[in-house]
Design a protein around this ligand. Structure first.
Ligand code: ADP
Ligand code: MG
Length: 319
C-alpha cells in the first residue's frame, strides 16, 4: 500500500469513528476562542483560536508574556466579556448564550474571582470578616452560617486573628488571603485568579500560591490562575503556556516515590495538540533545523518524524 493511500485510509477511519463532543466532561471547555479588539481602524487579535480543557478539581496555571491574551481569556471565562468567535462552557453554562438572570447566577454562585489589584478585591469600608461574608449575603445565606463560614475561611488562610481589621490595616499579601477566602465563600465550582501575586514580593507570592493550593484541596474547588510569575509552576500540577493568543505547550508535574522512599517531582513538557491535530513546534527546534514553510512527516508505529523539506530546497537551488 502506498504512503498516500495509508494517509487516506487513516483519515477515513478517523472520520467514521464516532466523535464525542469536544471536551467531553471537562468542567471548562474553550473551543476555538477568538477575540478581536477594535479600536477605531485598528484591530488587535488577542486570542486566535484558543482551545483549553480543565477538569473538575484541577489547579492549573496559565502563563505567558504580557500581552499574550491571559486577561482576555479570564474575562471571557468570568462572563465579563464576550469572544468574537468560538465557544466557552463552564460547569455546563454556555457563556455565549446566557440570559441576564443566568449570568447573575453564574457570576454569583458558580465562580469566584481574585484580581491582581488588591484594592479591587475587597470593599475598603468592610472588615476582613464582613468582606468574606459579602458574597454569601448577596446570595441570601442565613446570618449565622455566613459568620461561621467566614470565620472558618479566615482561619484557613491564616488570618483568624485579623478578622476585624479593615483592608487598609492589612499588608498586600494579607489582603490577597482575604480575597481568596472571599472568592471561595459561596462554594463556587471555579476560582479564577488574574495575576494574584502581581503586586507581591517573591516570598509572599509563594505563600499565596500555597493558600490557593490549600483551597483547591480542602474545598475541592477548581482553580485557574493566570500569571507571568514562573514561580507558579512549582505549586500547580499543570502549567499551560499561551503564546500569541493560543495554548502552545503544557508542563505536567507529578510526584514519584523512588526506591529509597524519597519523593521527587517530575516535570515534563508537552506540545499542545489542538482538536484538528495542529501543533506548534518550539521556536528553538524550528531554528535549529531552519524549518520553513513545510516539513516532511513520516509515521512510525509509535511516533511521528518531522523532517526539513530539504528536497524542495535542492530543486529550487537547481533552477
Ligand atoms: P495579558 O493579560 O496576557 O497581558 P491581555 O489579554 O491583557 O494580555 O491582552 C492581549 C492583547 O489584547 C494585547 O495586545 C492587548 O493590548 C490587547 N487588549 C487587551 N484588552 C484590550 C482592550 N480592552 N482594547 C483593546 N485592546 C486590548
Ligand atoms: Mg493581564
Amino acid at each position: 500500500m502506498s504512503e498516500i493511500r495509508d494517509f487516506r485510509q487513516l483519515e477515513h477511519e478517523a472520520s467514521v469513528a464516532e466523535k464525542p463532543r469536544f471536551g467531553g466532561d471537562a468542567l471548562i471547555v474553550c473551543d476555538n476562542l477568538v477575540k478581536i479588539y477594535k479600536i477605531a481602524e485598528l484591530e488587535v487579535v488577542a486570542l486566535q483560536g484558543l482551545d483549553l480543557l480543565v477538569d473538575e478539581g484541577e489547579f492549573i496555571a496559565i502563563v505567558g508574556a504580557s500581552g499574550s491574551g491571559k486577561s482576555t481569556l479570564l474575562n471571557i471565562l468570568g462572563g465579563l466579556d464576550a469572544p468574537s468567535a468560538g465557544e466557552a462552557t463552564v460547569a455546563g453554562f454556555e457563556l455565549l448564550n446566557m440570559t441576564a438572570s443566568q449570568r447573575t447566577v453564574y457570576r454569583r454562585q458558580m465562580i469566584g474571582f481574585v484580581w491582581q489589584q488588591t484594592a479591587k478585591n475587597l470593599l475598603p469600608y468592610l472588615t476582613a470578616l464582613e468582606n468574606v461574608m459579602m458574597p454569601m449575603t448577596l446570595d441570601g445565606a442565613a446570618g449565622r452560617y455566613r459568620k461561621e463560614r467566614a470565620h472558618e475561611l479566615l482561619e484557613q488562610v491564616g488570618l483568624g486573628h485579623r478578622a476585624d481589621h479593615l483592608p487598609s490595616a492589612l499588608s498586600g499579601g494579607e489582603q490577597q488571603r482575604v480575597a481568596i477566602a472571599t472568592a471561595v465563600a459561596n462554594r463556587p465550582r471555579v476560582v479564577f485568579a488574574d495575576e494574584p501575586t502581581g503586586e507581591l514580593d517573591t516570598a509572599t507570592s509563594s505563600e499565596i500560591f500555597e493558600v490557593l493550593r490549600n483551597m483547591n484541596e480542602s474545598e475541592g474547588v477548581t482553580i485557574v490562575v493566570v500569571t507571568h510569575d514562573p514561580l507558579v509552576a512549582e505549586h500547580v500540577n499543570r502549567t499551560v503556556a499561551i503564546r500569541d493568543g493560543r495554548t502552545s505547550s503544557e508542563v505536567l508535574r507529578r510526584t514519584e516515590v523512588d526506591e529509597a522512599g524519597e519523593h521527587r517531582t517530575i516535570a515534563e513538557e508537552f506540545a499542545v495538540l489542538d482538536r484538528v491535530g495542529r501543533l506548534q513546534l518550539p521556536y528553538e527546534y524550528v531554528d535549529a533545523l531552519e524549518l520553513e514553510r513545510r516539513v516532511r512527516l513520516t509515521l512510525d508505529s509509535d511516533h511521528i518524524n518531522v523532517w526539513p523539506d530539504g528536497e524542495t530546497e535542492k530543486e529550487t537551488d537547481n533552477e
